[in-house]
Design a protein around this ligand. Structure first.
Ligand code: SF4
Length: 386
């Protein structure tokens, strides 16, 4: 095995943001210790089964993994180090700006973290309120400075299209983020259509109806689709001028600072996901863990493995993921990997988009145009298996 990307899911959050559909749970859940024990047990089991593979990249996501206590970080790092050959070229921690105190940052750095992905979401207090976030704008700059002071690279995540946001508000958010001198920026439109009721399962009393009501109100006040599209184009313009390369639909990086772990997903390489709701892609097969903490812990304690995802289609997944990036899809390589028939289907699907200006095909290389990045779902629909 050439090595894997290793993803570790820490679901705990201080509060549930109403737009979120990740596998999350209250930080004070009675299951916290059992969950962390289950993570360590799953790491041991999978590390053994795979022959203690090299983890080329590590990504600790959530949830809010940055709110683990320093002693919990040490225990988790020791478990991962015992189960895997952990010499990653990049180790990323997802962090909430309000949780990055010196003790926690030092613990994560000692555990090998090289990069922080900071969920700022907005640098406008009205934006944070509209998104139901609990941190303050004033938390963000100190968190970036503290990470930089320890030699860690910083990526800032922003959400655009929040209820009430104007074009000028978004331009100001981008300027404020650039002024913090991050190495990486991710910009996502607010998604209100997704519904994953199962993500509610870990929040007793939180209640799906609360989220549904918030979404209905947010929908009514959110900018129109064309205004959101214009915001995306503003991000492309502002970040290009600021020296960032737009290398994936939602991601921009300074030279040499692309997110290597996420590139592994977009290249459809092999990765192992540990923890509730985590997905894996190993040996050409996809599988996942349950979102419910109760069910995840029960399964690990019972020695049960992940659930296979038989619906996944390796060839079309690979094509769609490759098109997300500025590398694009190499159709000759696609033919070598999946056969001439699979590559022919992709060519035919892309040909059906002729005249739309969404895709550029030069020789064997297909890439999304700027308009195609904006309307990528139109392209991906054509690439779905029959
Ligand atoms: S958006 Fe982030 S902080 Fe909010 S509930 Fe989801 S994972 Fe937790």
């Amino acid at each position: 095995m050439r090595g894997i990307g290793l993803y570790v899911h820490v679901p705990f959050c201080a509060a549930r943001c109403p737009y979120c559909d990740f596998a999350t749970a209250p930080a004070a859940t009675a299951l916290r210790t059992r969950y962390l024990d289950a993570l360590a047990a799953e790491a041991r089991r999978e590390g053994n089964a795979l022959g203690r593979p090299r983890a080329r990249t590590l990504y600790v996501g959530g949830g809010t993994p940055s709110l683990l206590e320093p002693d919990e970080v040490g225990v988790l790092a020791a478990a991962l180090g015992a189960a895997f050959d952990l010499r990653p070229r990049e180790a990323t921690l997802e962090a909430n700006p309000a949780t990055l105190d010196a003790a926690r940052l030092d613990a994560w750095r000692a555990a090998g973290v090289t990069r922080i992905s900071l969920g700022a979401q907005s640098l406008d207090q009205r934006g944070l309120a509209a998104l139901g976030r609990t941190h303050q704008v004033s938390d963000v700059a100190p968190a970036v400075a503290a990470a930089h002071a320890r030699g860690l690279a910083v990526g800032i995540d922003l959400i655009f299209g929040w209820p009430g946001q104007t074009a000028a508000d978004w331009a100001a958010d981008l300027d404020a983020a650039v002024a913090l001198e991050p190495e990486h920026l991710s910009c996502y439109p607010l998604e209100l259509e997704r519904e994953r009721e199962e993500a509610d399962a870990n929040w007793p009393g939180g209640g799906w109806p609360v989220v549904v009501r918030w979404r209905a109100r947010a929908q009514a006040a959110a900018p129109q689709e064309d205004a959101v599209a214009a915001m995306y184009e503003t991000a492309e313009r502002v970040l290009r001028r600021a020296g960032f390369r737009h290398y994936e639909i939602a991601n921009w990086a300074r030279p040499g600072m692309r997110a290597q772990h996420n590139l592994g997903y977009w290249r459809n390489e092999e990765w192992l996901g540990l923890g509730a709701g985590a997905h894996s892609h190993l040996g050409g097969a996809r599988s996942r863990n349950p979102v419910s903490l109760v069910e995840y812990v029960r399964r690990v304690e019972a020695g049960e493995g992940r659930t296979p995802d038989p619906a996944a289609d390796e060839a079309s997944d690979t094509a769609m993921l490759a098109l997300r990036t500025d590398e694009g899809l190499d159709l000759a390589r696609h033919a070598q990997r999946f056969g001439a028939g699979a590559a022919g289907s992709v060519r035919a699907a892309l040909a059906s988009l002729d005249g739309t200006g969404l895709v550029r095909l030069r020789g064997d290389r297909a890439r999304l145009s700027p308009r195609g990045r904006l309307l990528a779902s139109e392209v991906f629909l054509r690439l779905l298996p029959p």
